[in-house]
Ligand binder design. Structure first.
Ligand code: MD6
Ligand code: FE
Length: 217
């Protein structure tokens, strides 16, 4: 009886979980687009392959990265920055497919940030053991715009702290298709990803891919 309540109607609204003022988890928001998203990511990484970048401190990151859109986030010995050119190829980053840009805009609107016009999409690939230490996203010129983060593949534990590095971090499990939107009073909160546990995902194998959409310029 309740199973066909939604038959012939629009998809029900996604489950929203507020993480903090300005931060919202939209469970499964990207799932309807999973096949097209993975095809778009494959086309981007054929042009701009994943690579493990070097931090300004000289450490190689455990997460492999690439980008699409007008600007890409890069790090090397000289620092973190946004660059219109892929330093590996000397070419502009691959264009941001409309599907990705629209997914980010729709998720931001759902979380209370209408009009999000992303000009940078960082694509992160985690293999088992890869992690991201607590950090703030502060390389963007305008921190008035939110960040939209899409999780695909293996689940991860997202660490979400406060505005000080020493604030105790909450832990949230991010699964395939989950989207986190992050802005306003939460925009500069410290966050990270715990070491990825081993596992096998039906579409992605033993990997997690995260897309983070930003307004860089
Ligand atoms: C990740 N995410 O989920 C890493 N940054 O793989 C981030 O660093 C991040 O998820 C800003 C806002 C949301 C995020
Ligand atoms: Fe981040």
């Amino acid at each position: 009886m309740t199973a066909d309540l939604f038959d012939g109607l629009e998809t029900p609204a996604p489950a929203r979980e507020p993480l903090a003022p300005g931060a919202m988890l939209l469970r499964g928001f990207a799932r309807p687009d999973e096949v097209e998203l993975l095809a778009a990511i494959a086309a981007i990484t054929a042009q701009a392959p994943f690579r493990r970048m070097i931090t300004p401190g000289g450490h190689q990151m455990s997460v492999a990265m690439t980008n699409c859109g007008p600007f890409g986030w890069v790090t090397d010995r000289s620092g973190y920055r946004y660059d219109a050119v892929d330093p590996e190829s000397g070419q502009p980053w691959p264009a941001m497919p409309p599907l990705l840009r629209e997914l980010a805009e729709n998720a931001a609107r759902e979380a209370g940030f209408p009009g999000f016009a992303s000009d940078a999409c960082l694509i992160n690939r985690y293999e088992p053991g890869a992690k991201m230490s607590l950090h703030q996203d502060r390389d963007e010129r305008d921190v008035g715009a939110p960040i939209v983060s899409v999780s695909l593949g293996l689940p991860a534990t997202f660490l979400f702290g406060g505005l000080k590095r020493t604030d105790k971090a909450q832990r949230h499990r991010l699964a395939h298709g989950d989207v986190v939107v992050w802005g306003g009073p939460a925009r500069l909160a410290f966050h990270g990803v715990a070491p990825l546990a081993d596992g096998e995902h039906a579409l992605l194998g033993s990997r997690r891919i995260n897309l983070t959409f930003r307004r860089a310029r």
